[in-house]
Write a protein that binds this ligand. Sequence first.
Ligand SMILES: Nc1nc2c(c(=O)[nH]1)N[C@H]1C(S)=C(S)[C@@H](COP(=O)(O)O)O[C@H]1N2
Ligand SMILES: [Mo]
Length: 341
Amino acid sequence: MSSLIPVSNRPFNAETPLEVLPQPLTPTELFYVRNHFDVPEMDTEGYRLDVSGTVGAPLSLSLAQIQALPSRTLTSIMECAGNGRIFMEPKPAGTPWELGAVSVATWTGTPLAEVLKLAGVQDDAVDVLFVGADSGTVEGKTIQYERSLPLNLAQDPDVLLVWAMNGEPLTPNHGAPLRVLVPGWYGMAAVKWLQSIQVLPHAFDGYYQTYHYVYWDDDHASDGEPIREMQVRAMICAPAAGDEVTGDVVEVSGVAWSGFGPVIAGSVHGRGHVEDAELDPLAERTMQEWRYRWTPSAPGEYSLRACATDAAGNTQPLRHRSNRLGYGNNAVHELSLTVTG
Ligand SMILES: Nc1nc2c(c(=O)[nH]1)N[C@H]1C(S)=C(S)[C@@H](COP(=O)(O)O)O[C@H]1N2
Ligand SMILES: [Mo]
């Protein structure tokens, strides 16, 4: 039986075991969990989402009122921007994720645009801020988890205020009763335990917006680039790292995805050869499975690498792009194996 792999207890952080990724949806109890602070107590019965700021009509909506608005269900991968950080050199500070801070689910919710329409966004609005109910002390100050989206992106019909995941109400770890979903982006944008929305006449510059979740140079010399879409990536899910395999033919398989569009090609590299993998049909926002029948030439120690290319022409680097806080490591996944005769 597979189970979540704990990374830390307070706050609770845990990875999805790679072997469960090759299926259409990650079961909710195996979906990775990334919390900056302890899970806050939420009262679903008395829940209110406050919408304020540069709007014509400030709102205070119950969950039932939000659920009564038009809703939709879509499938989307979520990956933490720190996934794979532990393999970066020099090793950045931050949660030491291996490769399992990624999962896929169906999400049901109301487009944020519906709520913004109800509130009547005013002409001078530029940014939409989401405030999470969780809080803690960072650098001597008590802060909440807060992130914003520029108004034009916030109005994308796929940006949802989600109350159900895989057809069931959200669980406490995944943001119950209401969270944000920004398909295609790394997970930091998907604010959980949503307490309020503030429409702002200026760009938000909070801690998790302009300091964290930014690609900073190692020496912090130039302006950092804010993190957005998930970079193209393939993972080898079988065999597992360190496995001993026997036989003339080894079935190698895994998943691939990108926040920039479907994956169009996959290849497997080892001992001087590069060969195409067989890839599932094009799919937007879900994991695409791939397979490769590998015929090792002789028993011995091998290292296999998997590499994906997306429809936008992005492909994976052999070595990660280094950045101070250790985000967006999409270097090719390399797996060591022993082939016995
Ligand atoms: N309120 C709140 N929202 C949050 C976070 C958090 O710590 N607090 N973590 C973010 C990050 S960094 C990620 S990767 C995703 C993880 O969502 P999950 O735990 O449902 O997998 O939630 C995001 N939303
Ligand atoms: Mo994250």
